[in-house]
Structure formats: C-alpha cells, structure tokens
Design a binder for this molecule. Structure first.
Ligand code: URA
Ligand code: CA
Length: 441
C-alpha cells in the first residue's frame, strides 16, 4: 500500500477502507509515515469529510494505538461522560459524585487540556493534597471501594491521538467534525466504559458555534460509540453564556461544592441532573428520564453526592475539610468588581470572551507548557435575563497580577450588554441524539 495513493484517493473524495485507515494511523505512530503526509491527510479530510464508516474505523484505529483500560474487575455497567468543552463547565465535578452516589461506578479519566481554564484534573488539583495520577491498580481498587475515581489520562492511552492533535493544531485542521469526533471517541473507547453520555455544546463559547454543526458532531459520535459496541447518547446544550457562575479552577471546585450542598441552583445544577439522569438510564438504574431525575434530585437534596465527593477526596489523599469550608481552597490575593453601568436586563452575549478574560488572568493554558494559576478567575453574580439596577455587581474578578487586568476587564465589559425590555433566560437544552435519531426538547 502506497501512502500517497491513499492521500490522492481521500483528496478525490473516495471512501478509504478500514485497512487503509489502519495503515495511515499505524504508520504514523510507528514513524513510518512522516508528519507531512498525515498533514495532507487531515487537510483532505477537512475538505472532503469522511463517511460514517470511515469515521468509525478512524476512531477505532486511534483507540487501538495504545493501551486500553480494562474495567472488567469492577462490577456493574460503567458509564463515562464527556463534554466537548465550554466556559464555567464544571459538570463532571457535580455529575460524577452524583451518579456514583446512585450506585453507578464512575471511572473517570480526565485531561488537563488547553483553554480558558484547565481541565477537570487541573481543577481537582486545586484541592490541597489531592493526587490525580492513580496507578491502574489503585484506580480499580478505589472504584470497588468508593465507586468513584478520577485520574489523569495515562500517556500510553491513545498516543496516536496525542500526536495527531498536535499536528492538527499547527496545520489548521482542528475544526473538522470527523477528526474531532474520532479524536474524542477514541479516548472514550480506550477508557473502557460500557456506555457513554456526551454533552455537546453549541454557541459562542463552544467549538460548534451553530446548532446544526453540534447536531452533526453529536450524531457522528453516537454512531462511532454504537458501532464500537458502547451504548452512546448525546445531549446538545447551550454555550452562549457561561454554564455556571464561576470560571477558574479553584473557583469552579467551590461552585461544584455549592451545587452539591444545594446552595446554588441554576444551569449547572440543571445540566448535571439531566446528564446524570441519562447516565442512570444507560446503567439500568432507572426505567425512564423522570424516574432517574427524581432519584438524583433526592440524592442531591440528602447530601449523598457531597458525601461521595468527600469519600473520593479522602481516597485520593486530598484534604476533605475543603468540602465543609471552601475557604481552604487556594485564594487569589486581589479582587475587583464590575458593576452595572445602567438599569436594565442583562445579556451575556459572548461566552468565548468570558473564557478569554479568564485566560488573560492566568486561569488557562495557551500551550501545553503554560503553568496555570489555580486561584484566579471570575464569579458572575447575574445571568442573562436578570434585571439589574445601576451599581449592582455583575461579576467579581479574582487576580494576582496587574499585567493583563485591564484587558480582562475590557473583554468582560464588551461581552455583556443591557436591554431596556425584559429578556428571557437562555434556553439550556436543545435535544438528545440516540442511535434512533434526534429528539428535540
Ligand atoms: N477535543 C478532543 O479531544 N479532540 C478534538 O479533536 C477536539 C476537541
Ligand atoms: Ca471549562
């Protein structure tokens, strides 16, 4: 098989066979195929797309490039959850203990990630003492004792995706639906859960700006999961404004704890209950959505999910007192507020800009070698649709350095506006994609 022939075939929009896709991925990871040929492949896919079958074989070839997690020593149906990423998206820290408290083992391999804040692993590392690199053995042991474990993704899991993602990043081929779907699903397949719930975001702060693109990504990922023998569903949710109120690492941990304590409601709580309900259904712990939702609300209200998080923190060596007293989380030195400059109904227009502001303060990584500051970020006091009087606080800024403060403040001010007429709160949920098709909410 000559690699160049496969590139020409793909360039001409002809479907590649499973063997041809395997040849490309295996050759790339072995070093037999150079970067420039895979770069040409990614660009051809960017323009010509992939058929559903190609996408499945692509994801499986990536998943097979390294180790896979064997969770067979953990009884029960393991259900994984993944979000395509958004601003103030702390759902994993709420959903994982919530679902685990309902008796579903949650084996979470999470990433650090690039972006406006760190990933779940960075957020958890703001809890003093907490270890996030568990050996496979202690990961399994903790799943069998606590029912919940979160570990950073091992370097040996899906190495082909790591290499390919870095290549896509510098060749303008990140935002291709088949490449994104294959990349995400390869990691879910390798992580070993029997079922997968995806949260596909759409809006200004998401990868997929338009709902139609989010639906296409969701449909592609569900197809891959189902073809690989994993029951998969995708919820499509809004990312036109931050999901929760907090953007930052320690600040998001604090907000997750507040949701688990029942002290904060809103979109973060609602989406966590919805995603958790879908996980319960896939784990066969509930017959239907209403039963699952009621069960999880009861667990949340009884404080059982908070207890589960505490057990996990203890098992991973962290200080469990942060749960009672979130002042034990690391704090930024300085705070500043942005106040409403007029009376009116608030509109948060640009979630991406809010994320950019958090990044300017040091909450995120631009490149994988950047060091994040766990303490900095933003805390919103209002959402789209709230009526504010002049002088009321819109957002609190937590910072340690002055350098980018003014830019961050400007970015946030530009991301919000006021209306003189009442504005409804934003819709949170658009619909669900199952193997049978799309159902709009
Ligand atoms: N997240 C991933 O893991 N892969 C992509 O390609 C895009 C987002
Ligand atoms: Ca986030």
């Amino acid at each position: 098989m000559r690699t160049v022939d496969l590139l020409i075939k793909k360039r001409n929009g002809v479907e590649l066979t499973p063997e041809e896709i395997k040849h490309l991925i295996n050759g790339y990871i072995n070093g037999d195929i150079p970067d420039y040929q895979l770069a040409a492949f990614c660009m051809a896919v960017y323009f010509k797309g992939m058929t559903a079958q190609e996408t499945v074989h692509f994801a499986v070839a990536l998943a097979d490039s390294g180790d896979t997690m064997d969770l067979s020593a953990v009884p029960g149906i393991k259900v994984d959850k993944h979000s395509t990423g958004g601003v103030a998206d702390t759902t994993t820290l709420v959903v994982a203990p919530l679902v685990a408290a309902a008796g579903v083992p949650v084996a979470k391999m999470a990433g650090r990630g690039l972006g406006h804040t760190g990933g779940t692993i960075d957020k958890l590392e703001s809890i003093p003492g907490l270890k996030t690199s568990l050996t496979p053995k202690s990961f399994i042991r903790q799943l069998n004792t606590v029912g919940l474990a979160v570990t950073s993704q091992s370097g040996r899991l899906v190495p082909a995706d790591k290499k390919l993602y870095a290549l896509r990043d510098v060749t303008g081929t990140v935002d291709s639906i088949p490449l994104i779907a294959g990349s995400i699903m390869s990691k879910k397949i390798a992580a070993g859960a029997e079922a997968i719930v995806l949260d596909v975001k759409t809006g200004s702060g998401a990868f997929m700006k338009r709902k139609e693109e989010a639906l296409e990504l969701a449909t592609t990922m569900v197809k891959i999961g189902e073809s690989a023998g994993r029951e998969t569903i995708a919820v499509i949710s809004d990312m036109n404004e931050p999901l929760g109120n907090a953007v930052g690492n320690a600040l998001e941990v604090e907000e997750a704890i507040m949701v688990l304590k029942g002290k904060t409601g809103g979109r973060l709580r609602e989406l966590s209950l919805v995603l958790g309900s879908q996980m319960l259904i896939l784990a066969r712990k509930a017959e239907d959505f209403n039963e699952a939702y009621q069960k999880l609300e009861e667990i949340l209200d009884k404080g059982l999910a908070l207890e589960k998080l505490t057990e996990m923190i203890v098992a991973q060596g962290g200080n469990p007192k942060v749960v009672e007293n979130t002042d034990l989380l690391p704090k930024a030195k300085y705070q500043k507020v942005i106040k409403s400059w007029q009376d009116g109904w608030l509109i948060i227009n640009d979630a991406q800009a809010v994320g950019r502001a958090a990044m300017l303060l040091g909450a995120g990584r631009r490149t994988k070698d950047d060091v994040i500051d766990p303490t900095v970020g933003l805390k919103f006091h209002a959402k789209t649709g709230d009526y504010l009087k002049e002088g009321q606080v819109i957002v609190e800024i937590y910072y340690n350095r002055e350098d980018n403060l003014k830019d961050a403040l400007d970015v946030i001010k530009n991301a919000v506006s006021f209306s003189e007429h009442s504005v409804p709160p934003r819709k949170l949920l658009y619909g669900v994609v199952r193997k049978e098709g799309y159902e709009e909410y």
